[in-house]
Design a protein around this ligand. Sequence first.
Ligand SMILES: [Mn+2]
Length: 270
Amino acid sequence: MKIGTCLATFKTKFSAVSFTGTDIEANLRKISSLGYQGVDIFLHRISPVELDTLLELLTKEALEVAAAAAIWITEQGITLSHKEPEKRKEALMLLNEHIEVAAKLKAKFPLGPIRGNRIEDESYRSYEQRLAETLRRLIDKSETLGVTLMLEPVNRYECNTLNRVDQCIDFIETYGLKQVRLLVDTFHMNIEETKIDKAILSSEEYLAHMHVADSNRGVPGFGHLDYNAILQALVSINYSGFLTMESQSFPSVEVSAKAGIDYLRSLLIR
Ligand SMILES: [Mn+2]
């Protein structure tokens, strides 16, 4: 398993990204020197020139991009299941552009809060149909470019549907979205799943990426999750992808970024 962290290249309201700020070069250098092998990158719209520069910096620091998120689109109130067709169209237009960038970065694309919420009083079925219809169009583009779409179970305080692994698998199966994989996140699982390790085992056929944080959304080791059990479950399903820290930085970015990787490494080499 490889270890990653999160980097934003723009000012996001999301607090679980460790590395932010405009000096992307310095951040990538720091991430690499701490021993991380990759990043999940939170991008805004990016020009071809900026993308080339970013690719050069990533190569220089030998960092992979596990996932490229488009949280800025969600922050504008634009989602894949928006009740207004115009907004769904806008989401698709922006995401088609984003998927092209993700393809150049060889990154997967996470479907977290960008899928949008169920409208109050609406049935789950009608929400899911709207989401599935938009996703089918996104799949056309992502399949052509070889970008994996990953549905992420997100906790109830942030999303009002698809909170657990079993619900996401059921959604994928029911709507025949067989190209869609799963991204599971220990922070959300701690809130929603009965047992985190069992939920990981049940995701075996679908698991494409992992976000790791502890119970308090600090880095692994800063809370009370059982990381031995979590890693054991991942080993038993032969997971070889990234463990990407999507976590809040306390007491500081420097301290937590080092403590998190040291902790995971110490458990992985046992
Ligand atoms: Mn996550």
